[in-house]
Unconditional design. Structure first.
Length: 216
């Protein structure tokens, strides 16, 4: 079965190479957003671009900001399951600071060049041992996309819960700390745990899919 994978803000499909899932991972690469394009419309374009939902059985996996996109795509299609890693399912799981930031509209005033944090700060926030990988991803980040993504994150309106959800969060995630009881906690997992805790996460996902979603 195909699982469409959506990476985090500024990241790319390199973060998925450490997973050992028993299914075919289909990378969904970021496309250029239109100016102030709503996240729902952007998600619709990704669905069309990758033919998501054309097959009867498929899954969707989103990490960090990619989890927001995965959620919106799941609402528009009928995946057998949706996997969120280091992410949120609804706007209510976003921290108060993020939501206040959205209401102030400050993001509109920040030049793109200021959205690339010093690598030392980024490593602290992501909490990873794979410093070279994180540095490489940060160097390749499109800051125009980053600004769009941050705007959509802080202004996200979704309150709908997903069916057949597998949600995994890290107990030490500084960026999107898990709040809801339906989150499977990874002990000492940080925001980049899809890389650093890939073996543990893979085992959980494979087990959940086999047990609850009747696939081989």
């Amino acid at each position: 079965m195909k699982i469409f994978t959506i990476s985090g803000l500024g990241a790319d499909q390199r973060v998925f190479k450490y997973l050992t899932l028993e299914h075919n991972l289909i990378p969904v690469e970021w496309i250029k957003p239109e100016k102030k394009e709503p996240i729902i419309e952007y998600s619709k374009r990704l669905i069309k671009e990758y033919g998501i939902g054309n097959e009867q059985e498929f899954g969707i996996l989103g990490v960090s900001f990619g989890g927001l996109i995965a959620t919106e795509i799941s609402k528009l299609t009928k995946p057998k399951f949706t996997i969120l890693i280091s992410s949120v399912e609804t706007k209510n799981e976003l921290s108060g600071i993020i939501r206040i930031f959205g209401k102030t509209k400050i993001i509109e005033l920040i030049p793109e060049r200021f959205l690339n944090p010093p690598k030392l700060i980024a490593r602290f926030m992501f909490g990873t041992k794979k410093k070279e990988l994180l540095n490489s991803i940060l160097d390749d980040t499109d800051l125009n996309f980053t600004k769009w993504a941050i705007r959509e994150l802080v202004n996200w309106k979704n309150e709908s819960k997903l069916l057949n959800l597998i949600k995994i969060g890290g107990s030490k995630d500084k960026m999107l700390p898990p709040k809801e009881k339906n989150t499977i906690l990874i002990d000492k997992g940080e925001h980049f745990m899809i890389v650093d805790k890939a073996e543990e996460i893979s085992k959980i996902i494979n087990g959940k899919i086999k047990t609850h979603h009747n696939t081989v």
